[in-house]
Design a protein around this ligand. Structure first.
Ligand code: NAI
Ligand code: MG
Length: 354
């Protein structure tokens, strides 16, 4: 089993190091090879996703990714910015399904901004489509308006776009995931206003007929945003487009306490995947040894489960994380009165020991 390890920038290197140590103590034959990505790759090779890094990712069974980005690259042309590396990897590996589980660990109920009874026992799965929607639709650009409310003024535009196969495949992923859970899918759209999402809703409904054992409902995205903080436990699997998924998954993340706890998986049709924490490179705390490595460690567990077919090893990691939380160790982002504050390395040590 070959894993491409791409730590990236900022806290990426610190947190990935801990996940690699955790993987190292499992009784598995894992071949791990590290490569530069993001700003680190730009510094060394002049490009955020060098050919050699992409090649390694393509020939691996899975990619373990840290995070990329830093404010100091904000002035670079868009194609050279660190964040382009993630888009390039998604595109080249055909990663179209982004899984973001939002699980509230019992020990962290108090760390959420919501009332304990709303989130205690929370376990929902947001599935975000990754290849389509307004993020990639053409045409896009800037021009002088010829019509609209201000003809003759400067304007900018993007195009929201989905093809039938894109919607069908993400719908199948959602229904199949729901079969392994509580058999409920909520498809989130804006079909009342957007043609793209009426199309989405029609196709998800069609695909749903192939899964009579799974209950399907539809919700407008504005209502979904509200329900997620009002009664999040009503959801089980939520499937939605690229932009709505980007926003709702961050919202769901905060229900669970800290972005430092949230893993993610991005999969293609052959279950090859990229696994990364949901957070970014956190330049504000990079190099200080205080970042929470648990999101990355839990991403490694998802990698073992989804791409490497090692569910027992994945479960061992997840239960080790729970044990460590139960023992009262906390990084700064999840610290509360009465718990013990530790750094990245000590948290990694504790998971390795557990
Ligand atoms: P961020 O997720 O890096 O940080 C947001 C806040 O959460 C910061 O206060 C940070 O200190 C904290 N935080 C994040 N991860 C943490 C952890 N593991 N432990 C403790 N605290 C943690 O988002 P931000 O600040 O908006 O972006 C910073 C850079 O990261 C930008 O360049 C952005 O483009 C990039 N980014 C990269 C992503 C990726 O690599 N997939 C995703 C999101 C942002
Ligand atoms: Mg986001």
């Amino acid at each position: 089993m070959k894993i491409a390890v791409l730590p990236g920038d900022g806290i990426g290197t610190e947190i990935v190091a801990e996940a690699v140590r955790v993987l190292g103590v499992l009784d598995l034959k894992l071949e791990m090879e590290t490569a530069l990505v993001g700003g680190a790759a730009y510094e060394a090779h002049g490009h955020p996703l060098p050919e050699s890094t992409l090649k390694l990712a393509k020939e691996s069974d899975a990619v373990l990714f840290g995070a990329v980005g830093d404010w100091k690259y904000d002035k670079l042309d868009r194609p050279l910015r660190p964040e382009q590396a993630i888009l390039g990897l998604r595109k080249n590996l055909g990663l179209f399904a982004n899984f973001r589980p939002a699980i509230c660990y019992e020990q962290l109920v108090g760390a959420s901004s919501l009332k304990p009874e709303l989130i205690s026992g929370l376990d929902i799965l947001i599935i975000r489509e990754l290849t389509g929607d307004i993020y990639f639709g053409a045409p896009r650009g800037r021009r002088t308006a010829v019509d609209g409310h201000f003809p003759g003024a400067d304007e900018a535009f993007d195009t929201m776009r989905y093809s039938r196969p894109e919607v069908e495949r993400i719908a199948h992923v959602a229904f199949q995931a729901a079969r392994k859970r509580s058999k409920r899918v909520t498809s989130v759209d804006k079909a009342n206003v957007l043609e793209t999402f009426q199309f989405w809703k029609d196709i998800v409904t069609e695909v749903g007929k192939e899964y009579p054992d799974v209950e399907l409902d539809h919700m407008y995205v504005d209502n979904a945003a509200m329900q997620l903080v009002k009664a999040p436990k009503k959801f089980d699997v939520v499937v939605t487009g690229n932009m709505f998924g980007d926003i709702l998954s961050d919202e769901a993340a905060m229900l669970t306490g800290s972005i430092g706890m949230l893993p993610s998986a991005s999969l293609n049709s052959s279950n090859q995947g990229l696994y990364e924490p949901s957070h970014g490179s956190a330049p504000d705390i990079a190099g200080k040894g205080v970042a929470n490595p648990l999101a990355t460690i839990l991403s490694a567990a998802m990698m073992l489960r989804f791409s490497l077919n090692q569910p027992e090893a994945a479960a061992r990691i997840e239960s080790a994380v729970q044990q460590v939380l139960a023992s009262g160790l906390r990084t700064g982002d999840i610290w509360s009165e009465g718990t013990k504050r530790v750094g990245t390395r000590e948290m990694g040590d504790a998971v390795v020991a557990a």
